[in-house]
Ligand binder design. Structure first.
Ligand code: PEP
Ligand code: MG
Length: 883
């Protein structure tokens, strides 16, 4: 077994592909070395040693010592200096390097190998006393902090005292002898804090540093970072030991970082910064302002300081060559670190550079045009969810912000406005030209108007599939949901978060992409859909197999979705149409009706409005499939909740308040999600579904007559558990179709299908498919009913579940591919066994989640349907699934 991999002198035992074993940094140092780039020699102790270390009570494999000795001897030979040599000492850096980059999370030690004897050797070999003693004191501080756990402040205080004594302000004013006495001071600190002298033996130092790097894998920072970025603990880190090169040996030395292209715009320009006579940390620490690499960069930033291109033209030319070599080799934008020691360039790191969504898109598309990658590779490179950043306004990254609380990032985008606590107020203010944020404990269908009017929505309860979240995503409006720390008192007109109170009319800002709630107005930047976006989307469409539809019921949403490339409507929730305008009055009359006759009278008022809705939808979708779901929610959702509202409705309807109260009381359910809803309404009141079917078919007839093109609606029955339920409802639909066809003289083609939202329906899919002509998986309800987990109430404890590792994600946001997924697979298989080619789709919120889209592709679904703003994300995810 091999535990150590060497690199240097144009050769390497490792390769870029070995990042699991060597970590990102180690693998790329090896690769650069093999490419013949100037990399200081070194070796990588593998991630397997880290795993071994934690599996064996923090001990090392027995062979490790010898392997490290051999590798170290190799480095000594290449450099021509020996570790611990009093005349010409080899110094090394010891750095962590995990598989995934974890910037700043783990520890680094530089200048290792210095002691009271080798510092003299370094002074001699460098010809610079001051540099040698400065390096030694840096080493003592870094090593003592990382390995011996002595706080930085002890050293910083000692240095401050020294400077006071000397009457100087800047480190640069200290002379060699001053650093020498600082070193003596530092050694005293170490002895006092640890009870032992500072280790003088270079090998002891080396093993101390290696152990500290492995130890830092389990420090709190690293653990938290891994949790936030879903990096498994089992990966471990590698340790890179590498010969030191110095950017701080004088004015012919420098250190810098660069991106091979601009990481914020993607422009194909060399972009970076450097500092003359400095070590790497000086750039990061921001003590001095770094200068630009290129004259162009300098001009763009209106900077006076000379560019590297001007100061070190020869080395700069070399660096430009390295840039070309790396891009040609890696076929991607690189983020590099380099050091110039006595006018010689050394590469210390390369990795794929982090970039904004906009830059990612531009770089991918440009690289296809440059012939560096093919279209498929470009499609594969873009993180689908990152497209969100391009589709919605986002907070200006440069603007200051005062975050007061955080909720769920329920619908992306950023918005500011005055706080209002009711939908009516939102509409009123919006009509008066105000920008408002609607703040509710939770929203209900009644709030639709106010949600439309608001710039953004904030709720204190509810999860990722709560009404607020679903509707906001549909509208493409920013929404922060389930912000549990926010106390809302709508009577007082206040929201309070731990002592901070915001009153009606005061401004707040929401970031629906992060869930942050901020005081005041934070400026935003508007998205610009570039030509790159359109081009990449075309490439995505070329490879994907899944169809992409949208969940939409309003003309505006449907039109927006088509702009984003939707290929039809996968879910039109007809109940949302019940709230538009004053139809709610007729809907309530229908609910209050005591018998079928008065119910039909009320329904007759709704029907023409509903028909008009469908006419508009069919026209916008121009021949694309439109799936319409018949009424789903429990009826009490349409009744007023508060006493005032009840009074108002009583007045509107010309009935006694008592009557409304009595009906609300009668319709009250303890568990409405499992109560009188979905197809159960259709069974109880077939006249409701009959009215809806009539509205659909009359609209079809009208549009067919007008445009001379066939419209084929897909009529969908919700919450079906048994074949018999579906049979009964299909009979209602068929009957109406025959009547409308007869009356209009139009031939009507249509499909009747079902949602699969209940485990029983999934299991009995074989017989349900005898009647159903298509299935659409309603994974919001299917998740709820499979887990027995309320989609409206679980937000409060789901976070705990994620923290405790029970769920690695919210199952209402990203499909539980194991449990719910198995039910989908069973239903797909059994359904298609009965009816070959049965059309299968998904219309739960998961339809816009990339991981869930991958699953749907694998499960052989025909399409996914999602809210309009997620259509591009789904297109890209579907393409990646097919690659
Ligand atoms: C579902 O349950 O997944 C679904 C799409 O229906 P709704 O969210 O309207 O219950
Ligand atoms: Mg449902």
């Amino acid at each position: 077994h091999k535990w150590v991999y060497s690199f240097g002198n144009g050769k390497a035992e490792g390769r870029a592909e070995m990042r699991n074993l060597l970590g990102g940094k180690g693998a790329n140092l090896a690769e650069m070395s093999s490419l013949g780039l100037p990399v200081p020699p070194g070796f990588t102790v593998t991630t397997e040693v880290c795993t071994y270390y934690y599996a064996n009570k923090e001990s090392y494999p027995p062979e490790l010592k010898d392997e490290v000795e051999t590798a170290l001897a190799g480095v000594e030979k290449i450099v021509g200096a020996n570790f611990g040599d009093a005349n010409h000492p080899l110094l090394v850096s010891v750095r962590s390097g995990a598989r995934a980059s974890m910037p700043g999370m783990m520890d680094t030690v530089l200048n290792l190998g210095l002691n009271d004897r080798t510092v003299l050797g370094l002074a001699k070999s460098s010809g610079d006393d001051r540099f040698a003693w400065d390096s030694y004191r840096r080493f003592i501080q870094m090593y003592s902090n990382v390995v011996l756990d002595v706080g930085h402040h002890y050293f910083e205080e000692a240095l401050e005292l020294k400077k006071e004594d000397l009457g100087v302000h800047m480190d640069t004013e200290l002379k060699a002898d001053d650093w020498k006495s600082v070193v003596a001071e530092y050694k005293k600190i170490v002895e006092k804090r640890t009870g032992k002298p500072f280790p003088q033996e270079p090998r002891e130092q080396l093993w101390g540093a290696i152990g500290a790097v492995f130890g830092s894998w389990m420090n709190q920072r690293a653990i938290t970072y891994r949790r936030l970025h879903s990096i498994p603990e089992s990966w471990g880190t590698a340790v890179n030991v590498q010969a030191m090169v110095f950017g701080n040996m004088g004015d012919d030395c420098a250190t810098g970082v660069a991106f091979t292209r601009d990481p914020s715009t993607g422009t194909n320009l060399f972009y970076g910064e450097y500092l003359v006579n400095a070590q790497g940390e000086d750039v990061v620490a921001g003590i001095r302002t770094p200068q630009h690499l290129t004259v162009e960069g300098k001009k763009a930033q209106k900077s006076e300081a000379p560019a590297m291109e001007e100061v070190m033209p020869e080395v700069f030319k070399q660096l430009v060559k390295v840039r070309e070599t790396l891009e040609k080799h890696y076929h991607d934008m690189q983020d590099i670190e380099f050091t110039v020691q006595r006018s010689k360039l050394y590469m210390l790191q390369t990795r794929n550079g982090k970039r904004t969504a906009k830059a990612a898109l531009k770089i991918a598309v440009d690289m296809v045009h440059e012939g560096l990658i093919d279209k498929k590779e470009a499609v594969a490179r873009i993180v689908p969810s990152s497209l969100d950043q391009l589709l919605h306004p986002t907070l200006d990254p440069k603007a200051p912000r005062k975050v007061i609380a955080k909720g769920l990032p329920a619908s992306p985008g950023a918005a500011s406005g005055k706080v209002v606590f009711t939908a009516e107020e939102a509409e009123k203010q919006a009509r008066a030209g105000e920008k408002v944020i609607l703040v509710r404990r939770e929203t209900s269908p009644e709030d639709i108007g106010g949600m439309h009017a608001a710039e953004g929505i904030l709720t204190s309860t509810g999860g990722m599939t709560s009404h607020a979240a679903v509707v906001a995503r549909g509208m493409g409006k920013p929404c922060v949901a389930g912000a549990g720390d926010v106390r809302i008192d709508s009577n007082a007109g206040t929201l309070t978060v731990r002592g901070t109170t915001v009153r009606t009319g005061e401004q707040i800002t929401l970031d629906g992409g992060t869930g942050e709630i901020m005081l005041g107005v934070v400026p935003t930047v508007q998205p610009e859909l570039s030509g790159d976006f359109a081009e990449l989307m075309v490439w995505a469409d070329e490879v994907r197999k899944l169809g992409i539809r949208t969940n939409a019921e309003t003309p505006a949403d449907a039109a927006q979705a088509r702009k984003f490339g939707a290929e039809g409507i996968g879910l039109c929730r007809t109940e949302h149409m019940f709230f538009e305008g004053d139809r709610i009055v007729a809907v309530r009359q229908m609910i209050l009706a005591d018998d079928e006759k008065s119910r039909r009278a009320a329904l007759a008022k709704i029907q023409p409005m509903q028909r008009q809705d469908f006419v508009e939808l069919f026209e916008i979708m121009a021949g694309l499939p439109v799936t319409i779901r018949l009424l789903d929610p429990p009826l009490h959702e349409f009744l007023p909740k508060t006493a005032e509202d009840m009074e108002e409705v009583a007045k509107d309807l010309g009935v006694e308040v008592k009557e409304i109260e009595a009906r609300a009381h009668k319709l009250h359910e303890f568990n409405p999600m499992l109560g009188h809803r979905g197809v159960r309404l259709g069974i109880s009141f077939p006249e409701i579904y009959e009215m809806q079917a009539r509205a659909i078919f009359e609209a079809v007839a009208e549009v067919q007559k007008k445009h001379g093109k066939t419209v084929i609606p897909e009529i969908m029955i919700p919450l079906v558990a048994t074949k018999k339920e579906l049979d009964l409802m299909k009979a209602v639909v068929d009957q109406v179709a025959a009547e409308v066809s007869h009356a209009s003289g139009e031939k009507l083609e249509y499909m009747v299908g079902t949602m699969i939202e209940l485990p029983r329906a999934a299991l009995r899919a074989g017989e349900i498919a005898e009647t159903a002509e298509f299935f659409s998986f309603g994974t919001n309800d299917l998740t709820q009913t499979t887990f027995g987990l309320s989609r409206d109430d679980s937000a409060s404890f789901l976070e705990k579940y994620q923290q405790r590792g029970i769920f690695d994600h919210d199952p209402f946001a990203s499909l539980d591919t194991e449990g719910v997924g198995e039910l989908i697979e069973i239903a797909a298989e059994r359904g298609r066994k009965t009816r070959t080619g049965l059309k299968l789709g998904i219309c739960g919120e998961h339809g816009g989640d990339p991981a869930s889209v991958f699953f749907c592709h694998k499960a052989g679904l025909d399409y996914v349907s999602c809210s309009p703003y997620r259509v591009p994300i789904a297109r890209l995810a579907a393409a990646q699934a097919a690659l």
